[in-house]
Design a protein around this ligand. Structure first.
Ligand SMILES: Cc1cc2nc3c(=O)[nH]c(=O)nc-3n(C[C@H](O)[C@H](O)[C@H](O)COP(=O)(O)OP(=O)(O)OC[C@H]3O[C@@H](n4cnc5c(N)ncnc54)[C@H](O)[C@@H]3O)c2cc1C
Length: 396
């Protein structure tokens, strides 16, 4: 039986970025990627907003800010090198009233620390840049871009395979045994052995870590991010991404309009509790997932603390007219018939036993395994520096 040098669990963008870069650094290493689905990037990587974030408002000094700053350039360079289409269209964070204008000024100071190319835009300049959008002023982030991250993930896989790496689809990892010499991996498509295992299993990260009895104090709570697609005639008028001024007291960002690389504009995502980790239909339900949440004390503390904001998100998810009113802050003439359906995504949100939300990257390890326990948004933007970080830790 082949003993691999590395096995990577998960063929999303984090797993593929790691695999591709590990193979580049160690061309002779035998590396295998195990993915449970029939294709790569079908979960968070293939169901996100497609924004290459410039990381302007993350906590300076956090891993999230650092990975994102390096990720924006690295992603665009990767796209240029591989011919993956992307566009640096820029983002406007629009203030729609006096209190948002006040918050905008404070936020701008942080934006300047993170990225000195950001600019303040007056009401008149906003109208010039985006005639269809109503607002009292904005922060402009010129570095923000758009791309299809699933295409990026596939391009990474192509490079990895071209360099001799192996990918096995339809191989769900069900057991992992670590000994002093090796790691034995049982999947639904056979057993494999490696010297070192790296788990990049997204929405299943806590369960993969639990296969090795790693003592983790959090659980991943799935939140559906629902999108609507803007009518093409309205979409054609928008040049930038339109975002709200974030409210630090709320756990969710709020309505925003995102241009996609194919010219569509989507509105969303919101954040509504999902009753199934990898189930994308509105009413999908998984007894195991619901039981795991219901018996986890952190879940109830999270719900208790965010009851108002959570109820509002749910209300706007059920009643489209309430959602439309949020969008009307920016596009006053929009009606419910201007918003069509669009596939939802599901975000893996780690929550501690005491109900605290983990917002930054989180890793756990044993002697022969490394687990990406949390790869929060914008981990698709940050996938290349995350992959570098993982390679450095794994090769120590
Ligand atoms: C609604 C939404 C909008 C977002 N918008 C953006 C954005 O605009 N920009 C941005 O940068 N980021 C965005 N993100 C975040 C970004 O998409 C994710 O952070 C990123 O895709 C995480 O990648 P991943 O490889 O860790 O996870 P995933 O893409 O979920 O991949 C994990 C893989 O592991 C596999 N797997 C799991 N368990 C097993 C097992 N036991 N055996 C084998 N395989 C297994 C899964 O099938 C999956 O393919 C968004 C996320 C969501 C949900």
């Amino acid at each position: 039986m082949t003993v691999y040098d590395y096995i990577i669990v998960g063929g999303g963008i984090v797993g593929m970025s790691t695999a591709w870069q590990l193979k580049q650094r160690q061309p002779n290493a035998r590396i295998l990627v195990l993915e449970k689905e029939a294709d790569l990037g079908l979960h968070q990587t293939g169901r996100n907003a497609g924004v290459i974030h410039a990381g302007i408002y993350y906590e300076p000094g956090s891993l999230k800010a650092d990975f994102c700053h390096r990720g924006v350039e690295a992603t665009m360079q990767f796209c240029r090198d591989t011919g993956v289409p992307y566009e640096q269209c820029g983002k406007l964070l629009v203030a729609t009233n006096d209190s948002e204008l006040e918050r905008m000024q404070k936020l701008f100071e942080r934006c300047q620390i993170n990225d000195n190319s950001t600019q303040l835009v007056s009401k008149a300049q906003l109208r010039e840049r985006e005639p269809a959008i109503v607002g009292d002023g904005a922060i402009f982030s010129p570095r923000t871009g758009i791309v299809d991250f699933r295409v990026v993930c596939e391009a990474m896989a192509e490079r990895f395979s071209g360099d001799g790496g192996e990918i096995r689809l339809g191989a769900n990892v069900t057991h992992i045994d670590e000994s002093s010499d090796n790691v034995n991996v049982t999947t639904t498509d056979g057993n494999f052995v490696c010297h070192y295992l790296i788990a990049c299993s997204g929405l299943m990260a806590d369960r993969t870590a639990a296969l090795l009895d790693i003592d983790i104090d959090f659980q991943l709570i799935p939140f559906r991010g629902e999108f609507h697609q803007l009518r093409p005639e309205l979409a054609a008028g928008l040049k930038h991404l339109i975002y709200p001024i974030p409210d630090p007291t709320l756990p969710f960002l709020g309505v925003h309009l995102t241009r996609r690389i194919n010219g569509d504009v989507i509105v969303g995502p919101n954040a509504v509790l999902s009753l199934k980790r990898e189930g994308y239909g509105k009413f999908q339900f998984d007894a195991k997932d619901v039981r795991a949440m219901g018996t986890f004390p952190g879940f109830w503390k999270l719900i208790g603390r965010n009851l108002q904001a959570g109820s509002r998100e749910l209300y706007q998810s059920i009643f489209k007219s309430a959602y439309v009113r949020q969008v009307q802050k920016y596009l006053p003439h929009i009606t419910a018939s201007d918003l069509g359906p669009f596939p939802a995504g599901i975000r893996a949100q780690p929550v501690m036993r005491d109900g605290t939300i983990i917002d930054d990257f989180l890793f756990a390890n044993t002697e022969r395994t490394l687990h990406v326990c949390n790869a929060p948004s914008p981990a698709a933007t940050s996938a290349i520096p995350i992959g570098q970080h993982i390679c450095e830790r794994a090769m120590r």
